[in-house]
Design a protein around this ligand. Structure first.
Ligand SMILES: [Fe+2]
Length: 256
């Protein structure tokens, strides 16, 4: 049975989203710890893909600008789950496998619809998953920090595909022909293309440019974006050649 019920720039599926309660509580619990504890898990301490913690205002994060108004923690299956803070253990033990199975099924459907043999093979052999846990605190001084009324600036993801198996709250918006469109609150699983998709297909598929808007009512926001991503030691097939994952990460980071 196909999961896909509608596909334009965003593929919406018939699958209802799972609850984000366990992962949200885990992340909240991590964030409530003191800085000395949290700083042991900074991205630079992992030095592996995008794994680790980035705090709001951090200048040397690989996945957010200092002006972006959020804290993130990236978890992945590129290493043992015991590498991550104890707060996430229950999530890894109880939910990670179930969620990865669901998103792999949906991603494979999307990829098979594209009909590119090399891409399907790459997906099956060289792709792993990460989740970016995102926390946007209440916005106390929006005039000082906010750029263009955004909590998170325009970007395309480093992923092959970005999937939201836990749904999403209001705030996500995408850009098409210089116009911004709200995605809105979603209770079904949905997905869109990241930059790796555009890179491998030489632009035949395009990455979705997106951002997060400031809220009308000042409230905090959590979101959990799951990325399919080339494994750190794998190769990426291009037209007549192949490149290392590290070459791709370098090319992606040049976008910013
Ligand atoms: Fe994103």
């Amino acid at each position: 049975m196909s999961h896909i019920i509608n596909e334009e720039l965003i593929t919406t599926t018939s699958q209802l989203a799972f609850s984000d309660a366990l992962l949200r509580n885990a992340f909240r619990s991590f964030l409530s710890k003191d800085s000395d504890y949290k700083n042991q898990y900074l991205q630079k301490c992992y030095n592996r893909a995008f794994d680790g913690y980035s705090y709001m205002g951090q200048a040397d994060s690989l996945n957010q600008y200092p002006s972006d108004m959020l804290h993130t923690f990236v978890l992945s299956d590129f290493a043992s789950s015991s590498d991550f803070p104890i707060e996430f253990k229950e999530f890894f033990d109880l939910e990670w496998k179930k969620i990865k199975k669901l998103i792999s099924t949906i991603e494979l459907e999307i990829i098979e619809q594209i009909g590119d043999e090399k891409l399907s093979e790459f997906y099956k052999e060289s792709v792993g998953h990460m989740v970016s846990c995102n926390y946007y605190p209440k916005v106390n001084n929006r005039s000082k920090n906010a750029i263009d009324n955004k909590r998170l600036s325009d970007h395309s993801d480093v992923s092959l595909l970005t999937t939201f198996p836990l749904g999403v709250e209001d705030g996500l918006a995408y850009v098409q022909n210089d116009q911004s469109f709200k995605v809105g609150k979603k209770q079904n699983v949905f997905a869109f293309n990241g930059y790796l998709m555009q890179y491998i297909t030489a632009g035949k598929q395009t990455a979705l440019l997106h951002h997060v808007e400031l809220p009308n009512i000042d409230e905090e926001r959590y979101s959990f974006a799951f990325f399919s991503l080339v494994k750190p030691d794998a190769k990426i097939p291009l037209q007549n050649t192949q490149v290392d994952a590290s070459d791709y990460f370098r090319d992606y980071l040049k976008l910013f």
